[in-house]
Design a binder for this molecule. Structure first.
Ligand SMILES: Cc1cc2nc3c(=O)[nH]c(=O)nc-3n(C[C@H](O)[C@H](O)[C@H](O)COP(=O)(O)OP(=O)(O)OC[C@H]3O[C@@H](n4cnc5c(N)ncnc54)[C@H](O)[C@@H]3O)c2cc1C
Length: 216
């Protein structure tokens, strides 16, 4: 799993001869009806907008991240329909690697939860099983390509652990709600780990918003 910041909205206007930050831009747009649109401070304003659920203000700035994960997790990410995506296509390029995950036990009381309660023998068995499947799947997949079978057909041989890369672009509003949901324990750990990495990036880029949300 890897997360990398790709871009953040870069405002072009200046206020008091100063470049606006992305958060300054959101505040500037929020004050469209105010005679004090150029007020430089915005901590209170952004906090107020969050408290009053004035979410459209947070649609005025965007952030894009690159995510490397597996095909088991990318469909969960792609469900966040307010984002724009580009994902690695197994129709056009050769799949290269298969991710390995540490197994957890099934929580019998909560289907959305898993438990770190497996013994070493079971963990070792699963790791071996993952390796065996990965070796066999890649061997057959590569053989299929060598026989001239199209990538879009050969990929059916690949497991959900196959590595993928995607670009995810969304407004600060979308990121706030994505991060609230996907850093929660109800989200699968492998996805939660991605969301926690994105949250670190978000907190660096949007420190005032993050503080108002009580993050960090
Ligand atoms: C634990 C968990 C289990 C799931 N299980 C299933 C399942 O079994 N089957 C299935 O099909 N799907 C499941 N999903 C997917 C889920 O139903 C959504 O499709 C997915 O989380 C995307 O959320 P979204 O539609 O809100 O999209 P997003 O793109 O995240 O949000 C859409 C819009 O709503 C806004 N928004 C979101 N929350 C708020 C809020 N609180 N206040 C104001 N605006 C808000 C966003 O800003 C955005 O503009 C699960 C998700 C989770 C987290």
């Amino acid at each position: 799993m890897q997360v990398r910041l790709i871009s953040v909205t870069a405002p072009l206007i200046r206020v008091d001869s100063q470049e606006l930050t992305p958060e300054g831009l959101m505040a500037y747009c929020a004050r469209v009806s105010s005679p004090h649109q150029e007020t430089p401070d915005y901590e209170k304003l952004l906090g107020y907008c969050i408290a009053k659920k004035h979410w459209s203000v947070f649609e005025m700035a965007d952030m894009t991240v690159e995510i490397v994960t597996s095909r088991a997790i990318s469909p969960q990410i792609l469900r966040h329909r307010s984002f724009q995506f580009q994902e690695f296509s197994q129709r056009y390029a050769r799949a290269q690697e298969i991710e390995h995950y540490e197994p957890r036990g099934q929580d019998s009381n909560n289907r959305q939860n898993s438990l770190e309660n497996l013994d070493d023998v079971t963990i070792a068995w699963f790791e071996k099983a993952q390796k065996e499947v990965a070796v066999l799947a890649l061997e057959r997949y590569n053989a299929a390509l060598e026989k001239g079978i199209a990538k879009e057909c050969a990929r059916v041989l690949l497991p959900l652990g196959t590595r993928t890369k995607l670009y995810m672009k969304g407004s600060v509003r979308s990121w706030i709600h994505y991060l609230e949901v996907r850093t929660d324990r109800s989200t699968q750990k492998e996805h939660r780990d991605i969301a926690l990495e994105i949250q670190k990036v978000f907190m660096e880029q949007f420190p005032v918003t993050s503080a108002a949300l009580g993050w960090g």
